[in-house]
Design a protein around this ligand. Structure first.
Ligand code: GLU
Length: 367
C-alpha cells in the first residue's frame, strides 16, 4: 500500500522502541524495522521522528518514572546519544547514512527557522541520508515544547511536504472503543474527515512511556490531512512494520488536497505579508510563465522583512501579481535589486541563492 507514496515520515513511539520494563532499546525490533526501511530507501525519501530519549535515559536518573521537567531533560540528554548511535549502527549494515536533528517548537513555527530546517532535510535527502529527528527535550521548557512527537512528526511532514506520515504505535489503529479495555473492539479502517465522532473516540488511551495517546495522533492526522499528506496509524509490533501496511492492520486518514495545492493555499491565505517588491514588465512576464523572481527585475521595495518572510509582488501599476517567500532580507535586496544574478556574491560577500523568490515558493494571485 505504501508504494504510491514518495516522501515518508515514520514516527516511532517510545513504547515501540524502548522496553517498558528494562528501559533498554528493543534491539531485535529495531533491526527488523531497519531491514524494512532498507527495502524502500532507494525509491523513497524517508525521515524518522523517533521518541525514546527520555525513556532510555531515565534509568540513569531514577528507578521510578520521572516527574520533574529538569529530570526529564537530563534523561533526554543521556538517552538521545544512545538513540542516535543505535540508528547509525543498525542502518550502517545497509550502507544507509543517518543524521540527527533535534527541533524545538520555534523551528517549525517561525518561518525563517522552518525554512532552515526544511532546507537542511532536503539537503540530507539529496544525499540519501535519513534524518533521525526528535524534540530537543534538553532545552525545551513547558511553554516552548511540542510535548509529544506525534505533533512534531506532523509538523515535520508538513515542512518537508511529505505525502505520507506513518505513526507506528502500540495499537493497530483507531478503534471505536478502547482496544485495551474492550473485547472485539471495532476498528475504523479509513477516515476522510475528522469529525466530532472521531474526536470523541480519542479517549484516554495514553501509553506509559511516551507522551502521546490517540488524541495527539488525531491532531497529527488533522494537520497532515489539510496539507496533502496521508496519515496512517499502525502497530509497530508486526513483521515488516512499514511495507506490510494494509487497510486491515492500520487506520488511514486520507488527505483530500495534494501537497502542491496545500502549499499554494498556505501562501495565498497568508494574512500579513511583511513587505512587497515592485517588478518590471520583463519580470512580470517571467512570473506569469511560472519562473522565479531574479534580482534583475526588481525596481522597488517596501516594508521590513527577513529571509523566509512572506512578501507580495506588485507590477509597475501597483497591482498585486503574486505572493511568495523571500530568500533574502530587505537590506540585501536593496543592494542586489536591478543587478545580474552572477553579481550577487560579489555585492553581498556571501554565496546566496540565484533567485530572490524561487518559483517553488511563489504563487500567482489569479491561479
Ligand atoms: N521526545 C520525547 C523522547 O524522546 C518523546 C515525546 C513523546 O513521547 O512523544 O523521549
Amino acid at each position: 500500500m505504501i508504494n504510491k507514496f514518495k516522501k515518508i515520515v515514520i514516527k516511532i513511539g517510545s513504547n515501540s522502541i524502548v522496553d517498558q520494563k528494562t528501559r533498554k532499546i528493543k534491539s531485535k525490533w529495531l533491526n527488523e524495522l531497519c531491514d524494512d526501511i532498507s527495502k524502500i530507501h532507494k525509491t523513497k525519501k524517508i525521515a524518522v521522528v523517533c521518541s525514546g530519549a527520555i525513556a532510555l535515559g531515565s534509568k540513569s536518573i531514577s528507578k521510578n518514572n520521572l516527574r520533574k521537567l529538569e529530570d526529564k531533560q537530563a534523561a533526554a540528554s543521556i538517552g538521545q546519544i544512545e538513540l542516535a548511535h543505535q540508528w547509525r549502527d543498525k542502518l550502517k549494515k545497509y550502507k544507509i547514512g543517518v543524521s540527527q536533528i533535534l527541533l524545538t517548537l520555534e523551528d517549525s513555527e517561525i518561518r525563517r527557522r522552518y525554512l532552515n530546517a526544511k532546507n537542511t532535510i532536503s539537503s540530507l535527502h539529496e544525499k540519501n541520508i535519513i534524518p533521525i529527528i526528535n524534540e530537543n527535550d534538553t532545552v525545551a521548557t513547558e511553554e516552548i515544547r511540542y510535548g509529544d512527537n506525534d505533533k512534531l512528526a506532523a509538523r515535520v511532514a508538513q515542512m518537508i511536504e511529505a505525502d505520507l506520515l506513518v505513526l507506528l504505535s502500540d495499537v493497530d489503529g483507531l478503534y471505536e472503543n478502547n482496544p485495551k479495555k474492550t473485547k472485539n473492539p471495532k476498528k475504523i479502517n479509513e477516515v476522510y474527515k475528522i469529525n466530532k465522532k472521531i474526536e470523541n473516540i480519542a479517549n484516554n488511551q495514553t501509553s506509559e512511556l511516551g507522551s502521546g495517546g490517540i488524541m495527539t495522533k488525531i491532531i497529527a492526522a488533522k494537520i497532515c490531512m489539510g496539507n496533502g499528506c496521508t496519515t496512517i496509524i499502525t502497530n509497530s509490533n508486526k513483521k515488516n512494520p512499514i511495507t506490510s501496511i494494509n487497510i486491515y492492520n492500520s487506520t488511514i486518514f486520507h488527505s483530500l488536497v495534494s501537497s502542491h495545492s496545500s502549499k499554494k493555499k498556505w501562501l495565498l491565505n497568508h494574512l500579513n505579508p511583511s513587505g512587497s517588491l515592485k517588478i518590471d514588465d520583463g519580470a512580470s512576464i517571467a512570473i506569469i510563465k511560472n519562473k522565479s523572481l531574479l534580482p534583475a527585475g526588481i525596481i522597488g521595495i517596501n516594508g521590513k522583512f527577513k529571509r523566509g518572510d512572506v512578501i507580495t509582488i506588485v507590477k509597475k501599476n501597483n497591482s498585486k501579481i503574486a505572493i511568495g517567500i523571500s530568500a533574502y532580507d530587505v537590506n540585501d535586496i536593496k543592494k542586489i535589486m536591478g543587478k545580474k544574478t552572477k553579481e550577487i556574491n560579489k555585492i553581498l560577500g556571501f554565496e546566496g541563492r540565484d533567485e530572490v523568490i524561487h518559483k517553488d515558493n511563489l504563487v500567482k494571485f489569479y491561479e
